[in-house]
Design a protein around this ligand. Structure first.
Ligand code: HEM
Length: 379
């Protein structure tokens, strides 16, 4: 589902959701827009359509459901990143001094409730369709659950829900925050924003909409994305790892069972590796110096200095999808609109540290249409 062929199969679905976002933004022309909130909704609709074939329909529903889901995902990621005294003093764990276990149980119940409703709706519609099944990820997992697994590993309804939750949490905020950071950096460095728009004008023009097929030709945009993920990695501490055997890393003993966080945020700003590490310089990924050094600075995690998607066995499962979604989102936002910070407001690039790296204040910007024909926005 998350590989290139699976992604190609659902290209139409992504296009439909991007067009819906485009129409929504066009209707907001000249007014301040919460860029991250809109992008979160867009990504969430794409992810949930792929998973269980549903999306948020009408404008009012779009706002209400998006808000509920975004708050839920933010609550979960906020809690995952909160320091827990029980991690440092395991003897205190049964007391749950900060109420973290209690809160996590409540959040789990809310998610469980949403997924239980979706699964029940699907089971009922499969029964009434008389054997005519949907062909999405949920259907595949429900079939596997019915069969009890693949012969080697058992697969239960809890596994179904856990996988749905992994995808919804792992795929939505990470992607929309990356787009929000890239937009904020370009609004701060307007020369870069213009350069991306010039590239879009040369590759796509203004008489038609940017399509996914254009993305591989948008070289400068890809440098901007790489630099965004260097300076603002969506998961600054990745996800906690737990070694199954004792190990020694850089002279430090790491006992089996430890909880290990890899601070990719600090690694990707290390002045010993990166020239002017605090500066946003997309071109550094072109050059041999300033961080390039002839190394493979891509998303495979093969260089320890740059691994925004992790590395090794637990590397992000959604890299291909994330690459397409981030590039398509930025290309659409910048081909179809000019963007300005609302008059009298200051662009704030402060970070709010957590398991997911967010902007401390949401990016609010005003879109102005730039396509040649207004009808293109409602195509
Ligand atoms: C810009 C967007 C994204 C970034 C920066 C990102 C980054 C990461 C990182 C750093 C990890 C942990 C890797 C490790 O600890 O070694 C991870 C795990 C994961 N990601 Fe992503 N991710 C993004 C988008 C997505 C998308 C779109 C999906 C799927 C819809 C996804 C699904 C997952 C899953 C399922 C895991 C857990 C993999 C495992 O534990 O085996 N991610 N991601």
């Amino acid at each position: 589902m998350l590989g290139p062929a699976g992604l190609d199969n659902v290209h139409g679905l992504r296009r439909r959701e991007f067009m819906a976002t485009l129409r929504h933004l066009h209707a907001q022309s000249g007014k301040p827009v919460d860029v991250g909130a809109q992008l979160f909704l867009n990504v969430m609709n794409v992810v949930t359509s792929i998973l269980w074939g549903s999306n948020v329909g009408s404008e009012s529903e779009r706002t209400a459901v998006g808000k509920e889901f975004r708050e839920l995902v933010a609550d979960i990621t906020g809690m995952l990143g909160a320091p827990n005294v029980s991690d440092f003093f395991p003897a205190l764990a049964p007391l749950d001094l900060q109420g973290i276990r209690n809160k996590s149980d409540l959040l789990k119940d809310r998610f469980d409730d949403i997924f239980a409703r979706i699964i029940q709706k699907r089971t009922e519609s499969d029964q009434s369709a008389g054997g005519e099944m949907a062909s999405d990820f949920l259907e595949y997992m429900l079939k596997l659950e019915k069969e009890g697994g693949d012969g080697k590993t058992t697969f239960t309804m809890t596994n179904v829900k856990a996988l749905l939750m992994d995808m919804v949490i792992g795929g939505t905020e990470t992607t929309s925050n990356t787009v929000e950071w890239a937009m904020a950096e370009m609004l701060q460095n307007r020369g870069m924003l213009r350069k991306v728009q010039e590239e879009l004008d040369a590759v796509v023009g203004r008489d038609g909409m940017v399509e996914e097929t254009h993305l591989p030709k948008l070289h400068y945009l890809h440098l901007v994305i790489k630099e965004t993920l260097r300076l603002h990695p969506a998961l600054p501490l990745m996800v906690p790892h737990c070694p199954s055997e004792d190990a020694t890393v850089g002279g430090h003993r790491v006992p089996a069972g430890s909880r290990v966080f890899v601070n990719v945020w600090a690694i990707q700003r290390d002045p010993a590796v990166w020239k002017d590490p605090e500066q946003f310089i997309p071109e550094r990924f072109l050059q041999a110096d300033g961080g390039g050094g002839g190394r493979r600075l891509d998303f495979t995690g093969s260089e320890q200095e740059y691994m925004p998607f992790g590395s090794g066995r637990r590397i992000c499962a959604g890299i291909a999808m994330a690459e397409r979604m981030v590039a398509y989102s930025l290309a659409m936002l910048l081909q179809a609109f000019d963007w300005e910070v609302p008059a009298g407001e200051r662009l704030d690039l402060a970070e709010r540290f957590g398991i997911v790296m967010k902007k401390a204040t949401p990016l609010v910007a005003v879109p102005t249409p730039r396509l040649s024909n207004p009808d293109l926005y409602s195509a």
